[in-house]
Design a protein around this ligand. Structure first.
Ligand code: PNS
Length: 170
């Protein structure tokens, strides 16, 4: 990579399903953008039956939410994350850790990923204010009429309520 300093990590990926993006995700992305020259937010678009938002919708939401950060771009990926990393000259995978319970599986994935490709996983502790936050919980709370204001960007909250209303009327 031109201008690359040996021994330094330059381009990182923040991968996830982001169904939908939460303020916890955005906190990790913003802090990653301060640590690395470039950050690619990679939206996993492998087939899954249980998504509320399509791949295109999730990518568009991320693009809007990350528009203010110059060194952050958003992309989708299918297949293995390590293949995406190699195709895009990415040398670090950033994962947020909310609690010790996240660690077991994340460690396993980090070790598997490093066995597949020369990529480091960097764990970033979630800010305490978001340590309870998960997309699945946001969807569940909103489904049953709970208020998710402040947990996701306002435009995401509106899209979430709209999608849930559409599902309800089907
Ligand atoms: O937001 P999520 O659902 O926790 O994100 C999980 C994701 C997309 C980062 C993870 O499932 C992933 O990396 N999937 C790509 C497939 C892959 O590389 N699997 C091997 C992992 S060791």
């Amino acid at each position: 990579m031109p201008g690359r300093t040996p021994g330094r990590l330059h381009r990182a990926v923040c991968p996830g399903s982001f169904d939908p993006v939460t303020n916890g995700h955005l906190d990790i992305i913003e802090r990653s953008a301060k640590l690395f020259d470039e950050v690619v937010v990679a939206v996993g678009v492998n087939k899954s039956k249980n998504r509320l938002f399509s791949a295109e919708e999730r990518i568009e939401m991320l693009a809007q939410a990350c528009a203010g950060w110059d060194n952050v771009r958003v992309d989708g990926f299918t297949g293995l994350l390590t293949d995406f990393c190699q195709e895009h000259q990415i040398d670090a995978i950033v994962k947020g850790l909310r609690a010790v319970s996240d660690f077991d599986y994340e460690l396993q994935m980090a070790q598997m990923n490093s066995s597949l490709a020369p990529v480091e996983t960097v764990f970033v502790p979630t800010s305490p204010e978001w340590s309870f936050l998960a997309s699945s919980l946001v969807k569940e709370v909103a489904t049953f009429g709970g208020d998710v204001t402040g947990l996701v960007p306002e435009f995401v909250r509106e899209l979430l309520l709209k999608r849930l209303a559409e599902r309800e009327s089907q």
